[in-house]
Design a protein around this ligand. Structure first.
Ligand SMILES: [Zn+2]
Length: 475
């Protein structure tokens, strides 16, 4: 039998970071008491009319432009009709035949391009709560409508992805791009970013598509990868055994690490889409689009390339430093405050700072880029040793203390007075006649050990370069 290849497409829903919902002025906020952020409009009560949130349209356009999409000249909204307990209106306001943007895409590190079919704007539904606090409650499912009417963009890719690893990289890059543009916080735990996958298999080289299976309930990028791996193998196995696949929706069961059938897949005709009579179509002018385009910051890949070029730092460090917008900003601010050694600053961030503060926490925590720059400057000017810098660093980070003040307070100023260093050297020479003899007999490696002893005797405060000179002279 011929080798089989997978054909994968993704549908990603992203909540937009607006202050209010898409068609009413209720707060768009996660974590509030259930059913407190609601009004007649997002509940779909008779007579309530939707008013489009301008900011939601702006953010959606910004996301589409950052992903190189073509913005539609006129926009309209449609009703997608279906019944579900989290949707009291009986329809979801979405965009059907004229999405906000079409085309665009993301190029992966292996050079393959994942094209986008479309990006459209829509409202979110409410949330069903199946968790129960008592046995009695477990007979019920509760509904929280706080999320109903939250602005979403749905990003639909072409079936250009071939492996679970490519799907993973696409999602990581997509998330990073949207975070950089401040379109969404992309928090998967809070449901700000959700992903469904479509997957089929076919003989390699074939241009026909196999039977498409949709996978839902993917709540992390790792889950997307695992579910796709499982599903591709399952489909190949079925076909090899001579069975036929049916188009369906399957759920990923993270505990059992498998997908299971949920329902037959409905076609778009089942939703009886029609234009929403309450919302008129409108156009967004060229000028407005250009204005939004100017708000798009330098995107991660370009920024990383510039870091390599401008500051001479290694590519891997540049990749780490641009892994969140806040971390890149932190690096550049530190460099502005001490431009003499960007490489040293990059090193301190990747090796020391990220051990204290994870990249995702940067921007939320009070770490001062100026303090980090000061620390690197103090090492460079040999005011302190690297060892002392590492020792005080956790305090600088956790308590936001100025390193210069801290050194003053602790009496950590290095000993550069050569008489004092000489005293330490003599002490070590006297205490270690054996190693000294070895060194004098030609075993040069012992020298490093002796330097170490002097540093230890000075509690790490002696300037290592002076120690080297003086010790060599004395020996
Ligand atoms: Zn509302």
């Amino acid at each position: 039998m011929k080798t089989m290849e997978a054909v994968i497409g993704l549908e990603v829903h992203v909540q937009l970071a607006t202050r209010t919902k898409i068609f009413c002025s209720c707060p768009n906020r996660f974590g509030d008491e259930p059913n407190t952020n609601i009004c007649p409009t997002c509940l779909g009560l008779p007579g309530a009319l939707p008013v489009l949130n301008r900011r939601a349209v702006q953010l959606a356009i910004k996301a589409a432009l950052a992903l190189e999409g073509e913005i539609a000249e006129t926009m309209k909204f449609d009703r997608k009709n279906y019944f579900y307990p989290d949707l009291p209106k009986g329809y979801q306001i979405s965009q059907f035949d004229r999405p906000l943007s079409s085309g665009g895409g993301i190029t992966l590190s292996n050079g393959r391009r994942v094209g986008l079919k479309r990006i459209h704007l829509e409202e979110d539904a409410g949330k069903l709560l199946h968790t129960a606090e008592s046995l009695d409650e477990s007979r019920f499912t509760r509904v929280d409508l706080n999320r109903a009417g939250t602005p979403l963009i749905e990003i639909v890719t072409n079936p250009d992805i071939r492996t679970p690893e490519e799907a993973y990289e696409f999602l990581k890059t997509l998330k990073l791009t949207l975070e950089y543009c401040e379109v969404s916080d992309c928090n998967m735990e809070e449901g700000s970013l959700r992903c469904d996958a479509n997957v089929s298999v076919r003989p390699e080289g074939s241009s026909e598509l196999g039977v498409k299976i949709e996978i839902k309930n993917l709540n992390s990028f790792k889950a997307v990868q695992s579910a796709l791996r499982f599903e591709i193998e399952r489909q190949k196995r079925e076909l090899r055994a001579g069975r036929t696949l049916v188009q369906e929706t399957r759920l990923w069961d993270a505990d059992r690490k498998m997908t299971r059938s949920m329902r037959g897949k409905e076609g778009s005709e089942d939703y009886r889409y029609f234009p929403d009579p309450d919302l008129v179509s409108f156009t967004v002018s060229r000028e407005v689009i250009e204005e939004i385009e100017r708000e798009i910051p330098e995107l991660p890949r370009l920024r990383a390339a510039r870091f390599v070029e401008e500051y001479g730092i290694p590519e891997t460090d540049a990749g780490i430093l641009t892994s969140t917008r806040a971390l890149g900003d932190f690096f550049e601010e530190a460099v502005r405050s001490y431009p003499e050694n960007p490489k040293g600053i990059a090193n301190w961030i990747t090796a020391e700072l990220l051990r204290e503060v994870p990249a995702e926490e940067m921007g939320k925590r009070e770490v001062s880029p100026r303090h980090l720059a000061t620390l690197v400057r103090l090492i460079d000017s040999r005011t302190i040793t690297g060892k002392i810098a590492k020792k005080i660093f956790p305090e600088v980070v956790r308590e936001g203390k100025d390193p210069e003040k801290l050194i003053e307070e602790r009496g950590l100023k290095p000993i550069s007075d050569s008489a004092a260093i000489e005293a330490f050297c003599r002490e070590v020479i006297d205490a270690n006649p054996g190693p000294v003899e070895e060194y004098r007999a030609g075993k040069t490696a012992t020298f490093g050990w002796l330097v170490g002893q002097v540093m230890k005797a000075s509690k790490g405060k002696a300037d290592p370069r002076s120690v080297n000179e003086i010790l060599r002279r004395l020996l």
